[in-house]
Write a protein that binds this ligand. Structure first.
Ligand code: BG6
Length: 479
């Protein structure tokens, strides 16, 4: 018997801000990403006040999908993708975020994209907000600190739900809503919520107010979406980096249990429709005064999600008596007591390669929530070399994907997890989120562009392209 359902959603994942480019085309407004310069591993991206002439902003051009979408979607069709997960750039629809009427040219652009995908029988899977808040909402309103932004987000969600209601079935609200729990790196609160912290603020208290507003926004969007089309399937989207205990020392186990709340706080609310006890107790103990409006309980209860989409790239480890500096732990979610896992190798960017951790994650999430799961990001960011014959032999990427797919199939076939699909991240090379680099490539299709923005933008199929095409054809039987 086949291990995966015949409708398993094999696909690819992207985000508007990282690949579309055309940052000032078609009436688009500036987003929080349009003022982020390029950094590199160990060198943070800068968030500038406005666009500065002497700085490089890699998201402005992305890989120019805006002007090349037909060519790219034809390649996705050739690869055999059954779905494409991408996002709608909020600023193409509401350039400043607070307009009352949407920008028709922006809506038309996504009509074109969706129609082109459907032409190749590729199901669109859309993220409402993948780090793309209008800059105006961040600067003038303070992003999701401000409850008004909830209304603007819901207006945006309603607009696109109504426009695409007959063509799109799968939606998710906020990309990696929980990665902003790491307040040690300012880019997470900025990109997720348009928030910057003042020096005298308690980052955690700000975070939970922002989180509350965003949870309300997510729940309202789910309820509106289901009203507009009851057949919509609407999920949340979280980043899951499981936190392992370093040893069987009960103190390490407890340390990991507590640390994992950072991962579960958002989905606990989005799935169950109410706050978990550990969070309410923490607000009480810390004296946090989270502003809550009348009716919020109902909103959360009525706007629960139907599936959980998540990204999985790596795992991390905590040790109760270890104190390491946050700088040493940038890739581990800024946990102050995380340590290296002696059993696991890391990528060039320090991301721990742990395929078993994906099976573990699928089990943990499924057992905790009993909802269908969707792996909407997984992949290996690394540099690529052209061989003399003009091909790219990206065996390391193939190995990474193969081992993670194997683990996912085991979770379905041996553990009984309900898994909807698998969409590798950055199916075509795009700008890296955390570093803004091009050379951290995830793609199965190469794009000729470097870290400084030079290159012809020519697309070349890597060996992984052909490999993944066969994986899809055989529904995961041949890996
Ligand atoms: C996730 C994001 O954090 O990881 C993506 O949802 C991002 O936007 C991906 O690109 C990989 O991260 P990076 O920094 O390697 O691009």
């Amino acid at each position: 018997m086949a291990k995966l359902d015949k409708n398993f959603l094999w696909g690819g994942a992207l985000a508007a801000n990282q690949f579309e480019g055309g940052y000032d085309q078609g009436g688009k407004g500036l987003s929080v990403h349009d003022v982020m310069t390029a950094g590199e591993h160990g060198k943070a991206r800068e968030i500038t006040e406005t666009i500065e002439d002497d700085k490089f902003y890699p998201n402005h051009d992305g890989i120019d999908f805006y002007n090349r979408y037909k060519e790219d979607i034809a390649l996705f069709g050739e690869m055999g993708l059954k779905c494409l997960r991408t996002s709608i750039a909020w600023t193409r629809i509401f350039p400043n975020g607070d307009e009352t009427e949407p920008n028709e040219e922006g809506l038309q652009f996504y009509d074109n994209i969706i129609d082109e995908l459907l032409k190749y029988n590729i199901e669109p899977v859309l993220t409402l907000s993948h780090f793309e808040m209008p800059l105006h909402l961040a600067r003038e309103y303070g992003g999701f600190r401000n409850r008004k932004v909830v209304d603007y987000f819901v207006r945006f969600a309603e607009t696109v739900f109504n426009r695409y209601k007959d063509k799109v079935k799968y939606w998710m609200t906020f990309n990696e809503i929980n990665n902003q729990m790491d307040t040690s790196n300012p880019i997470f609160l900025w990109t997720n919520s348009g928030v910057t912290l003042a020096e005298d603020e308690d980052p955690e208290e700000v975070l939970y107010q922002v989180a509350h507003n965003e949870l309300i926004a997510s729940a309202l969007a789910v309820s509106k979406g289901k009203e507009i089309n009851p057949d919509f399937i609407i999920g949340n989207m979280i980043s899951h980096v499981p936190i392992y205990p370093y040893s069987c020392n009960p103190n390490d186990i407890m340390e990991a249990e507590i640390a994992n709340r950072l991962r579960f706080f958002f989905p606990d609310v989005q799935v169950r429709g109410y706050y978990p006890g550990y969070a309410l107790k923490m607000f009480e103990k810390n004296g946090y005064d989270i502003k809550w409006q009348e009716g919020d309980d109902e909103i959360l209860k009525n706007g629960t999600v139907e599936y959980i989409a998540f990204s999985y790239y790596m795992s991390t480890v905590v040790k109760h008596d270890e104190v390491t500096s946050v700088e040493d732990n940038v890739v581990n979610g800024g946990l102050p007591n995380s340590v290296k896992n002696p059993y696991i190798k890391e990528s060039q960017w320090g991301w721990a390669i742990d395929p078993v951790g994906l099976r573990y994650t699928l089990n943990v999430l499924y057992n905790r929530y009993q909802l269908p799961l969707f792996i909407v990001e997984n992949g290996f960011g690394t540099t690529d070399e052209f061989k003399e014959d003009g091909t790219i032999d990206d065996q390391e990427r193939i190995d990474y994907l193969r081992e993670h797919i194997k683990s996912s199939i085991q979770a379905v076939d041996e553990d009984g997890v309900d898994l909807m699909g698998y969409t590798p991240w950055g199916i075509i090379d795009i700008v890296s989120f955390t570093t803004g680099e091009m050379k951290k490539r995830y793609g199965l299709i190469h794009v000729d562009r470097d870290n400084e923005g030079n290159g012809t933008l020519k697309r070349t199929k890597k060996n992984s392209f052909y490999w993944f095409n066969n994986v899809i054809k055989t529904n995961g039987e041949e890996l």
